[in-house]
Write a protein that binds this ligand. Sequence first.
Ligand code: PGA
Length: 258
Amino acid sequence: MSDKKKLYIGSNLKMYKGISQSIEYLCSLENLCKAIKDIELFIIPSYTSLDRACNCINQDIVKLGAQNVSWEEEGQFTGEISIKMLREIGIDLVMVGHSERRVIFREDDFDENKKVLTLLEHDFTTLLCVGEMLADKEFNVAKEKISMQLKIALNGVRCIDIRNLRIAYEPAWSIGILGKPASPTYVQAMHRHIKEVLYEIFGKDSINIPVLYGGSVNMDNCIKLIQQKDIDGLFVGRAAWDAKNFFELISKVLEVID
Ligand code: PGA
């Protein structure tokens, strides 16, 4: 590949790794990746490890993020975490709309919209996850589903705020232990579609919104994926949860980009 593109690579640690495991993982990843340039590397660990992680990780090397946030700023919302609480500990990146939130915890596009608006209004980097279910794909409405997710979740977002927006395309059927990796050509077609929808919403400013792919990314498929024209980064789960393996995956990807 001749065109060098800025890469976005990250991982969501889900409900794995407590505080000491997260810190150990983050420290070794930071150490391995400190010489790496031209990528925005981010890790989204458990809420409980964030405070400690913010104190010992250089976020210029490994940016830290939260897995969710409330759209309310404060109040009678038992069990929720606010933007102010995250900012207080040094977090300014939040992922919203992961398929596990949508499917297991029944969040819908209107919930994601409220979160996206609150986050962008407070200048947070916002990683919005979208992706179709297996049935959407089988009934050939995957693109329609993605259009709907994007148009609702991004409703009311001002062009000036999109510099802080990132999209992760993660088809639900490709995620996790039972997931099947999507083929690079399928992902490319979906990313093209996502970029067209973003263009429809925001016009030419949308070309700067990075679109990452996630769902069973691994050592075998990472190269083919990143070589697709419209894939700007990778959002990796299981294959990233060992720092050394993740570093190897990142290095492999960087080799073909350089
Ligand atoms: P996976 O997870 O890479 O383990 O499939 C991806 C994700 O849930 O973001």
